[in-house]
Design a protein around this ligand. Sequence first.
Ligand code: GDP
Ligand code: CA
Length: 313
Amino acid sequence: MKPGHYLALAGGVGGARLAAGLARALPAGHLTVAVNTGDDFDHVGLHVAPDIDTVTYTLAGINNAEQGWGIGGESWAAMGALTRLGGPDWFLLGDQDLATHILRTQRMRAGETLSAITADFAARLGISQTIVPMSDDPVRSIVETDEGTLPFQEYFVRRRCEPRFRSIRFEGAETARPAAGLLAALDDPALAGIILCPSNPILSVRPILSLPGIADRLRARRVPIVAVSPFIGAKAVKGPAGKIFAELGLAPTPSGLIACYDGLIDGLVIDHEDTDAACPVRRHVTGTLMRDSDDQTRLAREVLDFTTALHAG
Ligand code: GDP
Ligand code: CA
């Protein structure tokens, strides 16, 4: 593996799993994980940032590994009390998770940036790599469906992605500035590779790529850009990526992913089960299911070595 700094783009569950492996595979301070904030929303007066929290909890090792999101061993007393008082029951807020939302909201109201708060929480949880929101300016994913326009969490959680997906837009993205920490990673002379985690390409990675100038800046660095497929055997490991790809007329295969990433990537990491499909970019074939932290670290090391091999040409 080429020594240097690596930038990973991530959403929640799939992103966090690989990011946790990368965090262990790289020396402290050599990884920046830039996280989707298109899913962020205000709920019961609190700023909820689901993907940042999933990445933070996972890198801190306090995540609920089976569920993929939230904190392990969570209790739900506040949620019970909230619904008893007539509050909304469709978005689950664990007791410990609630502490994150309360403190983040209070600090944002006091004028701190999401970047500063995210960095502070990460440090307090013992994380030695950098986690940055993609932007400190609000960007909100809005999904156009056959049942009309739905704010992201209404589509994703409340309606469980059932309405047919037509398109997605990122409100605020046109004027949002990429977070300073993301730009710092991109400007780092030691940048050795860019990794698109096995996150949902449309819901989680595209919002990051929609920030003004980001896709061009990624390309302009001329370091290998490698995507890890979220599909195994042409099916998403979890969540609606397959359903959304189908509704957009994209195949859940290497060529579908390459089309989705539109000329951005230099290499693709795919599972053994997907080798029969055509792949017009350099590929690395391996087991991509991350059941535990050993799987995460092993896959991360292979991704880093593949990135290095692409560097060598
Ligand atoms: P979300 O924001 O929580 O929906 O999470 P992401 O967008 O980061 O990740 C969702 C994607 O992760 C799904 O499309 C899954 O197929 C993928 N995923 C989850 N676990 C794994 C895994 O172990 N291996 C691979 N290759 N993909 C995974
Ligand atoms: Ca998400």
